[in-house]
Design a protein around this ligand. Structure first.
Ligand SMILES: Cc1ncc(C[n+]2csc(CCOP(=O)(O)OP(=O)(O)O)c2C)c(N)n1
Length: 358
């Protein structure tokens, strides 16, 4: 059964659907958040290659998912994002410096360098602190949503995850509970076609991820995940439903991971460069820029200006945050057990020795 893919903007930026009613200011904020996410990726990639951060998980080409999603939510709604939805954090208003603290493993960071800097969370911005264990945050997101609705709150929970995550039990358990309890949850699948080296077609026999929602008794929809306005529309519809007590929705955003899985990966070993090239032509920022230019909200010159302002800010923040100083390696061992077990004591000893050796 072919699943229609919802789209507002064509790949060349022309309008094929109904443009959502967003102010000019809001449209430009959406653009800036996507540019910030792209600049952040570029900069952290450089920092990783300089040996200043241990690992980076870039989201280049996938910026429209997180940005469109957050633009469609209220600021009190909770985000249960994962490592490749950094764009959502910037749309929520998080400063680049705060995310850099996690990447650098700074002493002022939440995770203190545990989880290699790929994680982020903030109570202030209502972003659940995920870890990189795939799909483990999905049942937690549903539980949070159920709790909020039991308490009579109007909070919506949006949870993001990759296509690979849908092959884990947590996804199915979360979907089942959400459907049964009509939890106010928007499941946003960032289907970027690859789970490290495993392509979508080797992940599942299901033609679409959106179709799976029917098996749990709720609506699923497929949208062009490189079209920020389509993502916005779909999440807005899903969030309104959730807020009025009509339960969850699964929004499958079809996008593409243009970069490597992480800085430890070489995608040239498992995928055809022609495939990457074809998707690069559909990437979300250029498409949205063309739309804004056609609306008279942006010129080529102003867009170059935004690019350089944003990159300058990202570089300034990395200079500032590199001054803060790293968390102590001991903290990795002190945050789980009240009494550190012997095998971790031994590891800690080895870390201390290494530090002494310089
Ligand atoms: C439970 C678990 N199993 C395996 C891994 C190793 N791993 C890290 S990322 C990844 C692929 C995830 O793919 P997907 O869910 O599609 O998200 P993407 O990375 O493409 O955004 C895997 C298998 C993990 N982090 N957690």
């Amino acid at each position: 059964m072919p699943v229609p893919v919802y789209r507002v903007l064509e790949e060349d930026g022309s309008v094929v659907g109904e443009v959502p009613a967003l102010s000019d200011e809001r449209l430009l904020a959406i653009y800036r958040a996507m540019v910030t996410a792209r600049a952040y990726d570029e900069q952290v990639f450089r920092l990783q290659r300089q040996g200043r951060v241990p690992l980076h998980v870039p989201a280049t080409g996938e910026e429209a998912v997180g940005v469109g999603m957050v633009a469609a939510l209220e600021k009190d709604d909770w985000l249960f994002t994962y490592y490749r939805t950094s764009a959502a954090w910037f749309m929520r208003g998080v400063d680049v410096g705060e995310v850099l603290d996690e990447q650098l493993g700074n002493k002022e960071s939440l995770f203190r360098g545990v989880d290699f800097g790929a994680s982020y969370g903030s109570k202030k911005y209502r972003i659940f602190p995920h870890i990189s264990a795939i799909a483990t945050h999905l049942p937690v997101a549903v539980g949070y949503g159920m709790g909020a609705s039991f308490a009579g709150q109007k909070t919506v929970v949006a949870v993001t995850f990759g296509d690979g995550a849908t092959s884990r039990g947590d996804f199915h358990e979360a979907m089942n509970f959400a459907g049964l309890f009509k939890a106010p949850v928007v499941f946003v699948c960032q289907n970027d076609q690859w789970a490290i080296s495993v392509p979508y077609g080797r992940q599942t026999a299901a033609e679409s991820i959106a179709l799976r929602a029917a098996g749990y008794g709720f609506e699923g929809m497929s949208v062009d995940g490189n079209d920020v306005l389509a993502v916005y529309d779909a999440v807005k519809h899903a969030a309104e439903k959730a807020r009025s007590g009509d339960g969850p929705t699964l929004v499958e955003c079809i996008t593409y991971r243009l970069g490597p899985h992480s800085t430890s990966d070489d995608p040239a070993k498992y995928r055809d460069p022609a495939e990457v090239e074809a998707w690069a032509a559909k990437e979300p920022i250029g498409r949205f820029r063309k739309f804004l230019v056609s609306k008279g909200l942006l010129t080529a010159e102003r867009s170059r200006g935004i690019d350089s302002e944003v990159m300058e800010l990202v570089k300034q923040r990395s200079r500032e945050r590199m001054e803060v100083g790293n968390a102590l390696p001991e903290e990795i061992f002190s945050q789980v057990y009240s009494k550190v077990p012997w095998h971790l004591e031994e590891e800690l000893e080895r870390v201390r020795k290494k530090q002494e050796e310089g």
